[in-house]
Ligand binder design. Structure first.
Ligand SMILES: [Cu+2]
Length: 343
């Protein structure tokens, strides 16, 4: 199936629960926005960037438009889109500026992707990547398996082309950290040496606790993703972990072990096809990795979901904060079927 998408690259501001605001670079979805209106999305970058939701075998035409940086009109950086961990037949669409092209301010470029392997991926800008990634030019990619189009499995959802990876609800858990010093210096036309990176905020889907579970999207217009993992008792939940921060993380749901079925968009299988999925209490994940983890919702109640590195459960030193969210299990039949991830 052909899919046409358009992302704008621009800047914006995100808010933390302590009331502080931080300058970001990032992406905003402008698919179908009339050409005259795209410029009104300057300064509206979202963290993380819009979800790219694709199917195995799709033809994805993804146009990147560089809308410029209203806060930094002096900074005429180009941008690109790089699908991390994704095999590309030719480098032209890989988004590494040194071996393909990058998109200057005011210009468009249409990337072509044809995903062959289902799983959880990520995209990021590859122009001055140490800076542009930390500044927020990151987003999730889901590639859905062809199995879902098989009439025998109609209406059911799977992580991979494997019936044992069936799920009822899915949640993206996008991990990154934020060093406010770097962001403030970039906002104020100063240089920052990114090897001095020292994060003070730890984010789930662009927000820190308690905004991860409580923040209204009207108050956080550029951080639209909540991390309330909700399910009815007995339903199967898929967590799609993505780490585009610069630190390793270790996430745990207190009292709910998870089955890790996929790593870096590969279904975990041995050479002879044996199932290497493993039960874990903690999901360890390094920068640039993705992990697909399944669990079955146990008895109704609230289960804390948090980073096992307790110093990451703070906002600029004040606890609780950071990478804390919740898993809410409801009685049978309480929640309607899920229409899109994280809703
Ligand atoms: Cu960029």
């Amino acid at each position: 199936m052909r899919k046409d998408l358009r992302l704008g690259a621009t800047d914006g501001w995100v808010r933390m629960p302590d009331g502080s605001s931080h300058y970001i670079f990032g992406f905003v979805e402008i698919t179908g926005v009339p050409e005259k209106r795209i410029w009104s999305d300057r300064g509206k970058a979202e963290l993380p960037g819009p979800l790219v939701d694709a199917g195995e075998g799709d033809d994805i035409y993804l146009t990147l438009t560089n809308l410029g940086l209203p806060q930094r009109p002096d900074l005429d950086d180009s941008h690109t889109i790089h699908w991390h961990g994704f095999p590309n037949q030719i480098p032209l669409y890989d988004g590494v500026p040194e071996v393909s092209i990058s998109v200057p301010v005011g210009r468009d470029f249409t990337y072509y992707f044809k995903p062959q392997d289902p799983g959880t991926y990520m995209y990021h800008c590859h122009f001055e990547p140490a800076e542009h990634i930390q500044m927020g030019m990151v987003g999730p990619v889901i590639v859905r398996p062809a199995l879902e189009r098989d009439p025998a499995y109609a209406g059911r959802k799977f992580a991979y082309d494997d019936p044992s990876t069936e799920y009822d609800r899915e949640y993206v858990v996008f991990l990154m950290e934020l060093d406010p010093v770097g962001h403030d210096l970039v906002a104020n036309v100063q240089e920052y040496d990114w090897t001095d990176y020292r994060p003070k905020y730890w984010l789930l889907n662009g927000r820190a606790y308690p905004d991860t579970v409580e923040g209204e999207s009207q108050q956080l217009p550029q951080q639209p993703w909540r991390t309330c993992i909700r399910a009815n008792v007995g339903e199967r939940v898929l967590l799609r972990f993505i780490n585009l921060g610069y630190e390793e993380h270790a996430m745990e749901i207190l009292g709910i072990p998870v089955r890790i079925v996929g790593l870096d968009a590969q279904r975990l299988r041995g050479l002879g096809g044996e199932d290497l999925a493993a039960w874990r209490n903690v999901v360890p994940i390094s920068p640039g990795q993705t992990v697909d983890a399944l669990f079955t919702a146990p008895a109704p109640g609230q289960y804390p979901f948090y980073n096992r590195g307790y110093h990451k459960n703070v906002n600029a030193g004040a606890a609780p904060g950071g990478m804390i969210a919740t898993v809410q299990v409801h009685r049978h039949g309480t929640l309607q079927p899920q229409r899109e991830p994280n809703r």
